[in-house]
Structures are given as structure tokens and as C-alpha cells.
Design a protein around this ligand. Structure first.
Ligand code: HEM
Length: 497
């Protein structure tokens, strides 16, 4: 017995030494903390969810690209838009860097990887992205039908705001939540919701658990130890609650009656997806359920984070709010309803929206990628099957990329002529909040349209100011660390202009 043990240890040590020597002869790995520090960081990550702050600190030490070994997984952080573009978009790398690492979420919530967001870069991904793109085109930029629907929903929200005119305080967070979810419902079904309270409750709960389970730490722990979902304790509770609300979501959107109705009038993204999936043998109901899950998370959480972050900034910066209102008055007027056609002339407003996305950096790690084979990038070796983190947090907060990075300065995106910098301007190209390349956000244009309409429609008619309550912290580094960040509360005074 003793002999077997000693031989095993000798074999293992010999193997590690040979591997170490072989590794020394190869191209070097990216810089990064040593073994002991990696263990300390892993331990910290397992207990706390603030990995984006650790990533920021390490990128100050190591630059645009560094590696942490999290137990058996090589985790490579890409810390600027320059390196992300190179790794995810250029023809040299894009065929091999756009897969996803295996995750608990994909395996146990999305039926063994049947969804879009967490699946590998395969033919089916291209097909599903194509279906969504095609169905979204019906509703994309400038399409009047969609714009009118969004406007009438924001009109409803305006009625609620009007009734708060004389109130000392108003819960803007809740009003935004309801409105964003109602619009998401229209986007999915092409129908105004008749049971809005139930829809809001289910989507909010679904997204809450998705946000908690998919944050860096919980995702890491559950992916490494998936059996924790069966052991009594917090992980099993979260998992059970997620599954429970997932069933409620399917009941709401995919029960037979609804499928039939959506199928018959064929409008809305969901109807489009159902129709495509019905004629395609490769796809089954689990794909539909999983893609619905993707859209419900991405379509609510991210836009909600951006809009509540934006209005929080308006409370901190009344002079910015005033300047946006002046631009609205000048270009749209006080009565005409703002439209997406107004976007090209609303330079200051557009700069504020961009700077908000930069300043809050509310999707800190986007969605991790994986490289299926070993690649060499800028003289550094990235081993096959590394987890590649698009470190959006550092991209938006780095003091190397942004002058006065911790200040909200919309003017940084304006040229000397007061116009928005063109997309290919070096400074603007430092900001890619929707990602880049094959996995770029499929909802980018929908999200940008919605944010623009909310901002202009609401600021045209109302002033927002702090009330007696304390404001949520200005800096998103102090917001609750989840996969998508948002201010913890947003109460304010609303006055008709
Ligand atoms: C402010 C709002 C939003 C931001 C900042 C945002 C950002 C992102 C980012 C960074 C990614 C990952 C890119 C990558 O993997 O490299 C992503 C992926 C995705 N987004 Fe968005 N997003 C937003 C809104 C939306 C909306 C409204 C939808 C849908 C209605 C949506 C649907 C998706 C989907 C399905 C993916 C996965 C694409 C894939 O894996 O191929 N997003 N988004």
C-alpha cells in the first residue's frame, strides 16, 4: 500500500516537472498572479461577488491581458476594447475564440445547452441568431409600428408620473421596471399585456434568480460543484426557486393556447421563433424555452440597469438634465412626441447615453468566451479551453483609456463642433458595451432605441430631482455586485415641466 502511494506521488511529481519544463520551452503565458495568489483570489471569488473589482486591480498591475488559474481553469482577462476586438473579431482568431465555457446555467437551466447565449459558436448558433435578427428587423430602428407601441407604453408611464407631481417622493425604479417589462412583452408577442401584474412578477423573479446564479462567484461554484444543487443549503434553494419561476414563465408564454394564438397571427419575436422551430427538425421545445429565457433576461435586466443608472445620474447632475431638456426643446419642441428619427440631431443626449453606459459599466464581464484550440496573441500563449473574460468593467473604468475616468463627463464624446464623435473616432472606439464580433449583442439596436425613447419622452415632460431619501451611490462599484449591476433603489421627486 505504502509502495503504491510513494510510486504515485513520484509519478505525479515527475509528470508535473516534465510538464513545467515543456511549458518553459513554449511561448510564455500571459502575465498573472502566482500559484498562491491565484488560490487566494479563487477563495475570495467563491465568497464574494466583486470579481470585477479584483479584475480592475489586476489589470492595473498586468495590463491589457492577464491570466488567473482558477483551480483547473485558465481564466484570461481581456481588459481593453483593442484586445477584445483583436481576439473576438479579427479573421486570425474569430473562428476559435467565440465558443462559451461550460456553465452550470447552460447545463441545468437550459437543458444541456439548448439556448443561444451560452451555446458554442456552431451552425445552430448562426441559425438561431439569424431567426432572432430577422424577427427583430420587423421591429428595429425607425419602424413605426414598434415605435408607436413603445410610445404608448411610455405614455402610460407618463400618466403615473403625472399623478406623482405633488407627491414628496416617487419610486422611479418600480415605474421603469413595469414599463420596460410591458415593452419586452410587446416585443415578444406583439400584444399589449392584459395580465401585466403577473407578467411583471414572473419576469422580475426569473431575472432576479438568473442574475444571482449567473454572477461570477455563484456561477463558478456551481459549475465546479453542480451537485450542490441537491444539497440542502443556499444553492439548492436558489436552484429550486429558479426552476419554479422558469415553469411559471413557460406557462405564461408557451402554453398550448398561447402558442396557437401567437402562431396564428405570426407577429412578435416569439411567434416568429415558434414558426421557424416548427418547420425545423433540428430544434425542439427545449430550444424555444431556452431562447425565451435568454431574451427575457437580456431584454429586461440590461436595459433596466442602463435606464435606472441614467436617471440616477440625472439626480446627481441637474445641469446635465437641464442641457438635455434644452436640446429636446430646441430640436423636438415641448409638444411633438420624440421619435427615433430625432436621434441624429440629439448630439448632447446621445453623448449622455454613451457616457452613462461607460460610467456605470453595468455588464461587468459580459458573457465569457472560450477558445477551442491553443492560440498565440501578441506573443502570449492562451491554452486551449481557457475562459476568456471580456472585461467590460476595466474597459469602461480604466484610467489609461479614459481621462478623469471616475467622472461623468458626456462632453468627452463630443467634438469641438458640439457634434457626437463619429463611431470610428479613436475615443469612441474604446467603448464597446455591446461586445464585438460574432457574439455581439443581438439586442443592441432594440436596446439603444428603447433607451433613447425613454430618455427623451420622459425628460421632455418632467424634471427629476432628489427627494428627502438618500440617493443610491453614484459609483456602480458600490452597487450590489450581480451579473448585471443596477442601483439598489431610485426614489426621487417628479415635477411636470
Ligand atoms: C443596455 C443594454 C444591453 C447591453 C449593455 C448588452 C450587452 C451585451 C453584451 C456585452 C453581450 C455579450 C457579448 C459577447 O459575448 O461578447 C450581449 C449578448 C447578448 N445580448 Fe445584449 N445587451 C443589452 C441589451 C440586450 C437586449 C435588449 C437584448 C434582447 C432583447 C439582448 C440580447 C442579447 C443576447 C441574446 C446575447 C447573446 C448573443 C450570443 O451569445 O451570441 N441584449 N449583450
Amino acid at each position: 500500500m505504502g509502495l503504491i502511494l510513494i510510486s504515485s506521488v513520484v509519478l505525479l511529481v515527475t509528470f508535473l516537472i516534465i510538464k513545467w519544463f515543456k511549458d518553459q520551452q513554449k511561448t510564455p503565458l500571459p502575465p498573472g498572479p502566482g500559484l498562491l495568489e491565484c488560490l487566494k483570489i479563487t477563495w475570495h471569488m467563491m465568497r464574494k461577488n466583486d470579481t470585477h473589482l479584483i479584475g480592475e486591480e489586476l489589470s492595473r498591475r498586468y495590463g491589457d491581458i492577464f491570466i488567473i488559474r482558477i483551480l483547473s481553469v485558465n481564466t484570461v482577462f481581456l481588459n481593453s476594447s483593442r484586445i477584445m476586438r483583436k481576439v473576438f473579431s479579427t479573421s486570425q482568431y474569430r473562428d476559435v475564440t467565440n465558443d462559451r465555457p461550460p456553465t452550470f446555467f447552460s447545463e441545468y437551466i437550459f437543458y444541456g445547452g439548448k439556448d443561444l447565449t451560452l451555446r458554442n459558436n456552431d451552425d445552430l448558433l448562426v441559425k438561431i441568431r439569424h431567426i432572432i435578427h430577422r424577427s427583430m428587423k420587423m421591429y428595429g430602428d425607425g419602424v413605426k409600428v414598434f415605435e408607436d407601441m413603445v410610445n404608448s407604453e411610455i405614455e402610460l408611464m407618463k400618466n403615473t408620473l403625472q399623478s406623482a407631481d405633488n407627491e414628496p417622493t416617487f419610486d422611479l425604479d418600480s415605474a421603469l421596471t413595469v414599463s420596460i417589462i410591458r415593452i419586452l412583452h410587446i416585443f415578444l408577442t406583439n400584444e399589449t399585456p392584459d395580465n401585466a401584474a403577473e407578467i411583471c412578477s414572473v419576469i422580475k423573479e426569473y431575472d432576479h434568480f438568473a442574475n444571482v446564479l449567473f454572477n461570477f462567484s455563484n456561477n463558478m461554484v456551481l459549475t465546479l460543484f453542480p451537485w450542490l444543487r441537491c444539497v440542502p443549503g443556499p444553492f439548492r434553494d436558489m436552484y429550486k426557486k429558479m426552476k419554479n419561476v422558469q415553469n411559471r414563465l413557460h406557462d405564461l408564454y408557451l402554453n398550448d393556447r398561447i402558442k396557437k394564438r401567437l402562431g396564428s397571427h405570426g407577429k412578435g419575436v416569439l411567434a416568429h421563433i415558434l414558426a421557424e422551430f416548427e418547420v425545423d427538425d433540428q430544434l425542439n421545445e427545449f430550444y424555444v424555452k431556452s431562447v425565451l429565457g435568454n431574451l427575457v433576461v437580456a431584454g429586461y435586466l440590461t436595459t433596466k440597469g442602463a435606464l435606472s443608472g441614467f436617471f440616477l445620474l440625472m439626480l446627481y447632475y441637474p445641469e446635465v438634465q437641464r442641457r438635455i431638456q434644452e436640446e429636446i426643446d430646441e430640436n423636438i419642441g415641448k409638444e411633438r412626441i420624440p421619435s427615433l428619427d430625432d436621434r441624429p440631431v440629439m448630439h448632447y443626449t446621445n453623448a449622455c447615453i454613451l457616457e452613462c453606459l461607460r460610467f456605470i459599466g453595468h455588464v461587468p464581464f459580459a458573457v465569457p468566451h472560450r477558445n477551442k484550440i491553443e492560440v498565440e496573441i501578441e506573443g502570449l500563449r492562451i491554452p486551449a479551453n481557457s475562459t476568456l473574460i471580456p472585461n467590460m468593467w476595466t474597459m469602461t473604468h480604466s484610467d489609461k483609456a479614459w481621462d478623469r475616468h471616475d467622472e461623468f463627463l458626456p462632453e468627452r464624446f463630443l467634438g469641438d463642433d458640439g457634434k457626437l464623435l463619429p463611431v470610428d473616432h479613436p475615443l469612441r472606439s474604446r467603448l464597446i458595451p455591446f461586445g464585438t464580433g460574432r457574439r455581439v449583442c443581438v439586442g443592441e439596436s432594440f436596446a439603444k432605441s428603447r433607451i433613447f425613447l425613454f430618455v427623451t419622452l420622459l425628460l421632455q415632460k418632467f424634471n427629476f430631482s432628489p427627494d428627502k431619501n438618500k440617493l443610491a451611490p453614484l459609483h456602480s462599484s458600490l452597487w450590489k455586485p450581480e451579473a448585471v449591476l443596477h442601483p439598489d433603489f431610485l426614489k426621487c421627486a417628479v415635477r411636470i415641466r
